[in-house]
Ligand binder design. Sequence first.
Ligand SMILES: C[S@@+](CC[C@H](N)C(=O)[O-])C[C@H]1O[C@@H](n2cnc3c(N)ncnc32)[C@H](O)[C@@H]1O
Length: 235
Amino acid sequence: MKLGHRLAHINMMIPNGYTHIWDCCCDHGLLGAALLDRHAAIIHFVDIVPALMQQLTAKLERFYPQQNPPKWQVHCVDVSAIPLDQDEHTPLVIIAGVGGDLMIEFVRSLCQQYSNRKIDFILCPVHYQYELRQQLIKLDCELIDEKLIEENRRFYEILYIRRDPKLPANVANDSLTDIDPIGSVIWQASDAVQQDIAMRYLAKTIAHYSRINQSRSGNTSQALKEYQQVNIALK
Ligand SMILES: C[S@@+](CC[C@H](N)C(=O)[O-])C[C@H]1O[C@@H](n2cnc3c(N)ncnc32)[C@H](O)[C@@H]1O
């Protein structure tokens, strides 16, 4: 089945070279199936709903008959329970289509359990992008890339990040930058279409934080101030 705009963007952001890719909260497994078509990695499909995973296993057995060694595995578990110690290479963990609050719990739990491992993540939350970014900064994650996309009149940030416990703090690395709490690359539009998406996303985000600013404690007003200072640039 054809991928939607959002999952297609996530698919395009993934370079070759991973040995294990985890499609977490995979639902019907669309993204993982697209990855099976073009990657040599073992693709792990993860979701917590048993009926979904049974259906997916049947589909995968039909369309991607299992090989030796296996090209895919299905795991009916909570994302926090995925085993990331399968080999010495850096795993890629993709989590998309769930709230940023849940995503924070998953990433925090995996980073704690595998405190000595380098882990790459691609995260595409529904809501709570600011809060998620703040937690990623606290976990010493670094940015590889980020994108802003629009699908069905909703905006999504896609964060491609790395948590590398062996990377000394404050040491420059050409391919990594600090994560900005409100995003950085997403406000540098490559063309007029992307600029329009960024402007509408910014207006919507500022309206959101303005609305809840009065009624909520925490860092909401700080978020509002930061978003109000964004300048959308055409690269
Ligand atoms: C809306 S779907 C997202 C599908 C796909 N990743 C996407 O972005 O379109 C959310 C999925 O997350 C799964 N899910 C929710 N909580 C989970 C958890 N704790 N562990 C694993 N999967 C979970 C649900 O069962 C559901 O299939």
